[in-house]
Ligand binder design. Structure first.
Ligand code: SF4
Length: 503
């Protein structure tokens, strides 16, 4: 649960003697989802405080101490807490402890317990991996995460299990190899909760021949660079949107460009996110399989037909099951299914029914996302999707049920504005973990993106990361293609360094 406030209201937040706006705002958002804040930064305490609901965070110093104080006025109640730190406490400790005071006040005033505590902007699994590298044992890690960051014990257990399951894979990463992301950001229609870059096929259909041509050309250019610097492609991921929105012939052209541009014999994993069941046909699946993809996703999100209608899907739960069974029949032996907890109008029982039925289908991996509602998504307008949402119950059920059935959590990420600040977790049977998903989260391998809205993440030796973004809209990607390809010089520099050459 979170406090729902009028979208037009901006709660005044006074920062005195500090400018910890980002962290304070992140902490407030754990409790107030859709509200905005009006930050006022002062060096010293003003004569009077704002009237009505407000928060005041004060930092002052003496020669040997730092004094922190947080005060919140909410719905006619007022609460405050304070603490002291030694004068040499660094900025991040001061910031963290001030936010911790605010967190405790809001927890007491609202009764809300954010499951991931104060872990905002920190990836729990990455943090755990760092602590494992430092040689800490489980008990020590639990004490840091549940103590300093106020994590709920069950979330610590989930993050710990995820970190332990991905550890053997992280040890085998080849940082000199790179992964390839191929972007097909189109969907037949837009789901009401969508906050991704995705363009409707209706508006994009005229541009498709040029889009496919540019994408194939970009893949060839990347292939030339890969060959020039003698590196190899480790994993390939076709993502969207919904890559199966485009025709079987266009899928073939793009996958053939991949085949002739890269040495597929060294590719460890080739994934194709088929996505929405209403776009999956036997012809497309045959093309995808014939041209080398070994893992596909069939993503119903829910099997409840009423909920599917509410989110704007044009397929039924039964269609999703049929698409899954068709993929099996055609010989795919590594299928992922995506579900979303917290979809509008979905009850906890309906989510349980979906998950139980999906487990009966026996996919190799199941990803459970939590609904994210961003400002641009149509659902956000009424805010209803976040009030009394049983998402937390659904997520708890999924953790228990999936683990009981041999699905182990192996990657996890958290996004802003998820219902109840919950997480997204990928579960897989042993040996069916998707390495690409781990690379995305762990940021230890370069990922080169091709296509409209794709981004490239260059990971240099020593951990420096640089990003190069392709244009977001298909017409920009097509019209400014030559200009975009000039930016490949940054990719070239990275590949040169990875190959051991001097720049
Ligand atoms: S299928 Fe995914 S990317 Fe496409 S509109 Fe729906 S949520 Fe957005």
């Amino acid at each position: 649960m979170v406090i729902q406030m009028n979208n037009d209201y901006k709660m005044p937040v006074l920062l005195i003697g500090n400018s910890f706006k980002y962290e304070v705002e992140s902490t407030l958002k754990l409790f107030f989802h859709t509200s905005r804040f009006n930050f006022i930064i002062e060096d010293v305490s003003p004569v009077s405080l704002p009237e009505g609901d407000c928060a005041v965070l004060t930092l002052s110093e003496s020669k040997d101490k730092v004094f922190l104080r947080a005060l919140v006025n909410l719905n006619g109640d007022s609460s405050e807490k304070s603490c002291e730190l030694p004068a040499d406490a660094d900025k991040s400790t001061r910031e963290h402890e001030l936010c911790r005071l605010l967190f405790h006040i809001l927890h007491n005033m609202t009764g809300i317990t954010p499951p991931w505590g104060l872990m905002t902007g920190i990836r729990p699994v990455k943090k755990l991996t760092e602590l494992i590298d430092q040689g800490l044992d489980r008990e020590q890690m639990q004490s840091i995460l549940t103590g300093k960051y106020e994590l709920a014990p069950e979330k610590f257990s989930l993050a710990y299990a995820t970190a332990m399951n991905q550890l053997p894979i992280l040890k085998m990463i080849d940082p000199k190899a790179v992964s390839l992301y191929v972007s097909i950001p189109f969907c037949p229609t837009r789901c009401s909760y969508c906050s991704f870059v995705s363009h409707s096929m209706k508006s994009a259909v005229k541009l498709m021949p040029q889009y496919v041509e540019c994408l194939c050309r970009e893949l060839e250019i990347i292939g030339e660079l890969i060959r020039k610097y003698g590196t190899r492609i480790d994993t390939i991921y076709f993502g969207g949107g919904t890559p199966t929105s485009i025709s079987a012939e266009d899928i073939r052209r793009i996958m053939e460009a991949v085949e002739r541009s890269f040495d597929l014999s060294s590719v460890r994993e080739y994934s194709f996110e088929a996505g929405r069941p209403d776009t999956i046909t036997e012809e497309k699946l045959r093309v995808i399989k014939d041209l080398g993809a070994t893992r596909i996703s069939v993503n119903p999100q829910t099997l409840n037909d009423d909920v599917l209608k509410v989110i704007g899907r044009q397929h039924s739960g039964e269609d999703a099951i049929k698409a899954f069974e068709l993929a099996r029949k055609l010989g795919f032996n590594n299928i992922n299914t995506d579900l979303i907890a917290g979809l509008p109008t979905e009850s906890a029982q309906s989510f349980r029914n979906t998950l139980d039925r999906i487990i009966e289908l026996d996919p190799e991996s199941i990803t459970v996302h939590t609904l994210t509602v961003k400002r641009s998504a149509a659902l956000f307008a009424d805010g209803k999707s976040q009030v009394d949402n049983p998402a937390a119950e659904m997520v708890s059920y999924s953790v228990k049920k999936l683990m009981e059935n041999g699905y182990l959590p192996y990657y996890m990420y958290r996004q802003k504005n998820t219902v109840d600040n919950l997480e997204n977790v990928g579960y897989a049977k042993k040996g069916f973990e998707n390495w690409y998903n781990i690379f995305i989260m762990d940021e230890t391998q370069t990922i080169i993106g091709a296509g409209c809205a794709a981004s490239t993440k260059l990971v240099f030796p020593g951990g420096r990361i640089e990003r190069v973004h392709n244009h977001k809209y298909p017409y920009e990607y097509i019209n400014r293609f030559d200009e975009l390809m000039e930016k490949k010089s940054e990719v070239e520099t990275c590949l040169q360094i990875l190959s051991g050459g001097n720049v």
